[in-house]
Design a protein around this ligand. Sequence first.
Ligand code: C2E
Ligand code: MG
Ligand code: MG
Ligand code: MG
Length: 284
Amino acid sequence: WAKADGKGQWALFDPVRNANEVAQFRLSAKMPAALERGEFYVDYQPLVGLRDFGVVGVEALVRWAHPELGRLGPDKFIALAEETGLIVQLGRWVLREACRQARKWQDDFGAAAPFISVNLAVRQSRDPNLVAHVAEILEETGLEPSRLQLELTESAIMGTADEPLDALRALSRMGVRIAIDDFGTGYSNLAYLRHLPVHELKIAGSFMEGLRDAECADPVDARIVGTLVDLAHALGLTVTAEGVETHAQARRMAEIGCETGQGYLFARPCTPEDIRDFIASRLD
Ligand code: C2E
Ligand code: MG
Ligand code: MG
Ligand code: MG
C-alpha cells in the first residue's frame, strides 16, 4: 500500500491518517448488521411555538447504540452511510420508526398532535423510490400526510436536476411538508426559493450566537435573521429558529416574527415518553 515515491522512501504512509481510515472503514462495514440487529434508535426534540410554547412539531434524530463504542451521534456515521449508500435503508428505517411514533401522538392528542420532522440525506432525495416509500410508510402507519415534514439541506434542494424537485412536488401534493434545514449556511439562490415546494425554513443555529444575551445582541446578526424571516414570510413560509439556548434568543426571535424555536432552552433530544409528557404539560 504505502507506495515508494520513486526514491525508495515510504513517503505516503501516514500512520495516524491510516489508523483513522481503518477505523472509519470498520465502522461503515458494521452498519448493515447493526441496522439488522436494531442498534439504531431515534431521539426526539420538540419544535416549540414562540408565542404559546405549545409543541408544534418534533424532529427525529437518529443515534447508534454501538456495543463497544457507546452511543454515537449522527455526526459520527451519517456521512459514512452516505458514502456506502446504506443511508437509503437507514433513512427509510428512521422514517418508518418516526412515523410510527408520530401516529401514537396523533392518537393521543388528536388535533393538537405535532408533526414529525425527519431529516433526508442528499442521497435519499435523489432516490427514485422516495415518493413510493413515503406513501407506503404513511399508509402503513396511518399517519396523516400533513403530520409529516421532511427536512432537506440547501445543497440537497438547490441547483439539482429536475427529478428530486419533481419528487418534492409530488410529496407536497400528497400533503407532506417540506423544510429547508440549516438555512443560511449554504449558498442559496434566494429568488429560486419561490419556485420550490417548500413550507418551512429552519434558520441555522449559528445565527443564534449573536443574539445570545439581550445586552450584547450583535446588530448585524439580528438584521440578517430579521431579513431571513421577512423573506420567508414574503414567500409564505413558516420559520423555525434552530439552536435556541437562551431566553434572550427566544424573545428576540419572537419579536422578529419567527413562529417556532428548537433548542436546549426548551428541551434536549429525548425519548418518545418524555415528548408525550412535554406535549401534555403544555396543553392544559
Ligand atoms: P440538524 O438536522 O440540524 O439537527 C439539529 C442538531 O442540533 C441536532 O444534533 C440537535 O441535537 C442539535 N441541537 C438541538 N438543539 C440545540 C441547541 O440548543 N444547541 C446546540 N448546540 N445544538 C442543538 P444531532 O442530533 O447531533 O444531529 C446532527 C445532524 O445529523 C442533524 O442536524 C442532521 O443533519 C443529521 N441527522 C440526524 N438524524 C438524521 C437522520 O435520521 N437522517 C439524516 N440524513 N441526517 C440526520
Ligand atoms: Mg434537521
Ligand atoms: Mg438543522
Ligand atoms: Mg445540521
